[in-house]
Design a protein around this ligand. Structure first.
Ligand code: SF4
Length: 364
């Protein structure tokens, strides 16, 4: 089977109607049968996620991919780092495909290997303390491999606290990549005061920190964020509480610390899903996360109120790039014997990233 590096959608796919696309996707999916598994992230749009064999967050989907050894093709309807994680965890005979290679993650792209290596050297030049790196799963394979090589571990938004506790038990300080907010929210919940956290800005000389600040900090927070979750603000919490008295506010820990402090509950995508799904009829929820997931929750649980924390649409614009046209093209190419938009992590990066992922699984 040819492996082509095409990433441009053939023009005629944009001319198909919605019905034609649905029929073509269903036909290609049926033709591929058990050779194919389609994974859909919770933030994915409806027209795409309806074809997913499994829905979940990034880790759950990668683990599912790894457990479906009979599937030769894993089509990941998510973003680039998720497809990389699936490739790291899947078997050698499996091929991971991201229907549009331009579907990146703005947060993962905020920490590149060169910048992190500079940070690591500069920190070592300022302190003899043992620093343990931690990377959120929303990071590139190269960053996961860096963390693996340097004695650290990956974390998710569900297990960030356990991983941070592990890191601080092994070392004197932690370096948390690439989400400043998840790092701060996690450390604060562990009882670390804000004054003992220092933000490392890769655009600034020595991260924008004084040597004294580096020596005093317990946690270094990489200056990165999710463009979706960072948009939620304290005034949105106040507004929604005024509009819906008695509403429970639940937000993702990628939201700012100030927002998390005001929320009733803070938890991962899967946590939010579980809370709203298991809530009694008549309950009211204001949710601070990606809009596609909120809308689906509202539709699937019409007997309770589920609204977004902010009325301005907060969608993950990069994930939105995975269109039905791209899914259709990807699947029809497979039926025709061509692999398009494969995501493949090089063996050395894979090996060390796997070390960091395995450490997380051992810790949690
Ligand atoms: S929601 Fe945020 S962190 Fe998640 S994929 Fe989109 S940009 Fe990345």
């Amino acid at each position: 089977m040819a492996s082509l590096a095409l990433d441009l959608l053939p023009e005629h796919y944009v001319e198909f109607s919605e019905q034609e696309l649905d029929a073509r996707i269903a036909r290609a999916k049926a033709a591929l049968g058990s050779r194919l598994v389609i994974l859909g992230h919770h933030y994915q749009r409806d027209e795409v996620v309806k074809f997913a064999d499994f829905r979940g967050d990034s880790l759950k989907l990668s683990q599912l991919a790894a457990s479906r050894r009979e599937a030769e093709f894993i089509v990941f309807c998510g973003v680039h780092f998720m497809a990389e994680s699936a490739d790291i965890l899947s078997a050698d005979h499996q091929v991971v495909i991201l229907p549009d290679l331009n579907a990146g993650c703005s947060m993962a792209d905020m920490a590149n290997l060169e910048q992190v290596e500079v940070c690591w050297e500069e920190l070592a030049g300022c302190t003899d303390a043992r620093i343990v790196p931690i990377t959120y799963i929303n990071s590139t394979a190269a960053i996961k491999a860096f963390v693996g090589r340097n004695g650290g571990a990956v974390c998710t938004s569900s297990n960030a606290r356990k991983v941070m506790e592990w890191a601080l038990a092994r070392g004197d300080k932690g370096l948390f990549l690439p989400d400043e907010h998840l790092g701060r929210n996690t450390a604060y919940r562990m009882g670390i005061p804000l004054e003992e956290m220092a933000v490392w800005d890769p655009q600034e000389e020595r991260g924008g920190l004084r040597e004294e600040e580096i020596r005093q900090a317990r946690i270094f927070l990489w200056k990165g964020h999710c463009s979706v979750h960072q948009r939620f603000l304290p005034e949105h919490v106040a507004r929604v509480r005024a509009k819906y008295p008695g509403v429970r506010v639940v937000v993702h820990p990628e939201c700012k610390w100030e927002v998390c402090q005001l929320a009733d509950e803070v938890g991962s995508t899967e946590y939010i899903l579980k809370r709203v799904t298991e809530a009694p009829p008549g309950s009211q929820w204001a949710v601070g996360t990606e809009i596609h997931m909120i809308r689906r929750l509202a539709q699937e649980h019409a007997d309770r109120l589920v609204v977004t924390l902010d009325d301005c649409v907060c969608l993950c614009s990069t994930m939105y790039r995975i269109s039905p046209q791209h899914l259709c093209w990807t699947l029809e190419s497979l039926v025709a014997g061509q692999v398009v938009n494969r995501v493949s992590v090089d063996p050395e990066t894979k090996r060390w990233a796997r070390v960091a992922l395995d450490r997380m699984l051992e810790i949690t």
